[in-house]
Design a protein around this ligand. Structure first.
Ligand SMILES: [Zn+2]
Length: 111
């Protein structure tokens, strides 16, 4: 047994430098994902600003709820409330700001 006579480690082959215009599959996929993310982001922003309007149809709200994160929805409620609009997107009623209340939504009225 001559342990010492192991094969010398093969030299790593020098990696061919990728040409800038040549992207591998992973890079292309990654860029695709980024592009899609941007699309989704813009889409969400558009929904978000739409839901700031009074009297959103329930159907639209239901569909939006599938897309929006709870955080985003909370932002909508808050933003509506800062313009003295009921936080519930389907609602057209103004709200009275109460002292110490950041925003409010009358859940009882809307469930
Ligand atoms: Zn309301």
């Amino acid at each position: 047994m001559e342990e010492e006579k192991k094969k010398p480690k093969a030299k790593p082959k020098p990696k061919p430098k990728p040409k800038p215009e040549q992207k591998n599959e992973a890079q292309l996929q990654f860029e695709q994902v980024l592009r899609n993310n941007q699309k989704v982001l813009r889409f969400v922003q558009r929904i978000q600003s739409t839901l700031l309007n009074p009297g959103i149809p329930q159907e639209m709200l239901d569909k939006s709820a599938n897309v929006l994160q709870p955080d985003t929805f909370a932002e909508i409620v808050e933003e509506r409330s800062t313009s003295s609009l009921c936080g519930w997107p389907c609602c057209v009623n103004p709200i009275e700001q109460r002292p110490g209340e950041k925003y409010r939504i009358s859940w009882k009225d809307h469930r």
